[in-house]
Design a binder for this molecule. Sequence first.
Ligand SMILES: C[S@@+](CC[C@H](N)C(=O)[O-])C[C@H]1O[C@@H](n2cnc3c(N)ncnc32)[C@H](O)[C@@H]1O
Length: 474
Amino acid sequence: MQSNYTHKVTRKKKINFASNNSNNLTSYDYDTEGMKDFFISCNRLCEDVLIKELQDKSMGGFGSEFAFAEESMSKGFAGVHFRGSMKDAFKIILHSRVASRVYWKLASFEISLKKDHEKEVLYDIIKKIDWCNLFSAKESIKINAILGRGLDQRLNSHYIAQIAKDAVVDSFREQYGQRPNVNTAFPNVPIMLFFERDNLDVLVDLCGEPLGNRHYRQTDFAAPLRENLAASILHLMNWQSNKEVFIDCMCGSGTMVVEALLYALKIPPSFIKVRRALSNDRNDRLKNRWTLENLKIFKESNELKESFKELLKEVNHQVKDVTKNKNTDKNTEKITIFAHDINFRAISTTKTHISFIERELARRLIGEVVFIKSADATTLKKPVQQLAERKGGIIFANPPYGVRLGNDGDDNGEELENLYHNFGENLKLNFKDFRAYIFTGNLELRKKISLQTSSRIELFNGDIDCRLFKYELY
Ligand SMILES: C[S@@+](CC[C@H](N)C(=O)[O-])C[C@H]1O[C@@H](n2cnc3c(N)ncnc32)[C@H](O)[C@@H]1O
């Protein structure tokens, strides 16, 4: 049913500006049911993984009717352009393991930010967007400008964001005599301007915090992988969770182990946040933390509010199913994950994180599904007992790179060289029939592993250029 929500701009209607510039604006309407354009961001070079996840019913845990059609998406830079309904966006926010954020595209227009007067055009054009119909003056805002490819990187993105902020604030002031405040830490409506060559996309972030924040991390640990990067790597390793064991032999804080566990148990990545949102605890700091809930399209549509709540309940049911089936699910019985590290603190952090998930699921995992033990990866052996019924498995390592851990300028380079070399030798000796994967940002150290690489996949860990190396061990 169409809501009564009003909108002033018509989809894809081109507006020619009075200025000498022939900027073309494409605005999108705010109706609750219509198809909309979204940008789903992810870690750089994980775009194909995200496309696969969105199309694959099992990886995203969407269920077959949730898998999205190939035609609805196209690859972008550090993300995927997606066309779908607002409800589709909600599903992605709750179920994608790989996505970082979901942005709703409000408008696109042509602009070349080279001359000063074009900055004035930017003010005018941002003001054409129907901001007052998108959110109320009570909501706080933050505007970020990102200068992508084809832009003069000497341009000041803060200054550009400032111009846009003035345009948004003036729209409210002129219409209502009130203005939204700016909140740079926790804005209710985070807005992003993405410039690429002569094009600008104006986006609103529907998530608020990165979707990678799964909310199980209890303690700080040096150099953890981002959760959605770990999920992307897991996808690339193509782990057959009911046939193969999975070993993270340098587990650190256990990010990969937690992602493997949630994936194998088919637990949606948002489940902790969803449970908090559904709980009646008013003091819960996680409540209402999806910024989509601050937009008028959501607040003024019972239909959208209901669908979102239904989707939250579905997530909760998926979790309850796992809890209920604790002794009967044959597939679950076969899941075997090992977490090892030489560092005692790493082992205790991993235990804390898995114990947290245990409590959330009301289900014993340590010693049944996940086996956590301190061990040296250079002497570790195959878990013979658990392998009896299986062909083999995956051994994964994210060793120190000497960038964020290890030799930050101090000289323990030789130690790291030995670590990489000895680990490679141990793989040869003790892990026949396994697939080994090493994720590292130190391409020189990796050369110390004297094994034949069967594939290498380029990835980024933040700004660090990394590779996922695969070794087939015979
Ligand atoms: C980059 S951190 C791993 C971070 C982890 N992926 C996470 O998300 O938290 C590298 C880890 O390798 C561990 N490590 C270093 N040498 C090791 C060895 N010989 N055996 C096992 N673990 C080792 C370190 O203790 C550290 O926890």
